[in-house]
Design a protein around this ligand. Structure first.
Ligand SMILES: Cc1cc2nc3c(=O)[nH]c(=O)nc-3n(C[C@H](O)[C@H](O)[C@H](O)COP(=O)(O)OP(=O)(O)OC[C@H]3O[C@@H](n4cnc5c(N)ncnc54)[C@H](O)[C@@H]3O)c2cc1C
Ligand code: FES
Length: 257
């Protein structure tokens, strides 16, 4: 049975894959392997508070979880600076991820599902795409990046379906253009808040369903401190939910952004 564990994980490899962006593989216990959309809560060297980082893959054979970290400040820079052989304290797996079983069932039954990622938000989508591919199915992706030097994941996503890459433009523009010929049944999204808001609007206008992974600053990562609360629901009945425990993946129209 999978359960959350607090472990000293060994870094198996580390490589810079884009400007200020590092991919690391970490050995995690097999019974604590993350699933797509789940995250690891990592104690960066020298930091008191852990930092949440999505899993971007998991290799069943080696037991290695993959993460992609963008230098955003002290904590993420310290995690990026870890090298093979270093050890780091982390909690894994955390959060509710993408419901991959029903997503895979939907794709198998002919439903069209798109991935939509902005910047480092592409990282958890790589994991979702690879699990669709592992089921011998395909999924199309729309990803956007600030500039050429920041592009990640295009090769991996291309192995799982078609990929539209927007550099310096809005990923949602590419999606609305593509919707002139085919509207998806659902979208799985992760990225900056303005992109997620635009996707909510696109989905609401066309009756598209789906899921999004949202980010909030975190304290405990396990549902106790309420640092990460977001608002879900409609104007009639707001609810406060914890991104770490009730998310980070929510229904696409669920979170008030
Ligand atoms: C569920 C989840 C999954 C994440 N997955 C990844 C991932 O796969 N790869 C990755 O590189 N990053 C990811 N992040 C974001 C990452 O946790 C933050 O960038 C990191 O904690 C920043 O810490 P820092 O000490 O480097 O920066 P700080 O010095 O603390 O902050 C640097 C800047 O980042 C902003 N910031 C800090 N935390 C967040 C946050 N949670 N959301 C938005 N802005 C923030 C701050 O306001 C500030 O502008 C994820 C966050 C969440 C909540
Ligand atoms: S980070 Fe403590 S409740 Fe979510």
């Amino acid at each position: 049975m999978r359960r959350t564990v607090d472990v000293d994980a060994t870094i198996l490899s580390s490589r810079v894959i884009a400007r200020g962006t590092t991919e690391l593989a970490l050995a995690v216990p097999r019974n604590a392997a993350p699933r797509p959309g789940q995250f690891l809560h990592i104690r960066a060297p020298g930091e008191f508070l852990r930092r949440p980082i999505s899993a971007s893959g998991y290799d069943e054979e080696t037991g290695a979880a993959r993460i992609i970290v963008r230098d955003a400040g002290r904590g993420s820079r310290a995690i990026s600076g870890l090298g093979a052989g270093d050890r780091v304290r982390l909690l894994t797996p955390l959060g509710r991820g993408f419901p991959m079983e029903s997503i895979i069932r939907d794709i198998a039954s002919g439903k069209k599902i798109w991935l939509a990622g902005g910047g480092i938000g592409a990282a958890p989508l790589l994991f979702a795409a690879s699990s669709v591919r592992a089921a011998d199915l395909a999924i199309d992706s729309f990803v956007g990046f600030r500039d050429e030097e920041s592009v990640i994941g295009v090769r991996e996503l291309g192995e799982c379906g078609s990929v539209s890459v927007s550099v310096g433009g809005l990923v949602t523009d590419a999606m609305t253009r593509a919707m002139e010929s085919a509207v998806p049944d659902s979208i799985l999204a992760c990225g900056p808040v303005p992109m997620l808001r635009a996707i909510q609007k696109i989905c609401a206008g066309r009756g598209i369903r789906g899921f999004m992974s949202v980010e909030e600053r975190m304290g405990c990562g396990v549902g106790a401190c309420l640092v990460c609360v977001c608002r879900t629901g409609t104007g009639d009945g707001w609810e406060h939910r914890r991104v770490c425990r009730d998310g980070p993946v929510f229904g696409i129209s669920e979170v008030a952004l």
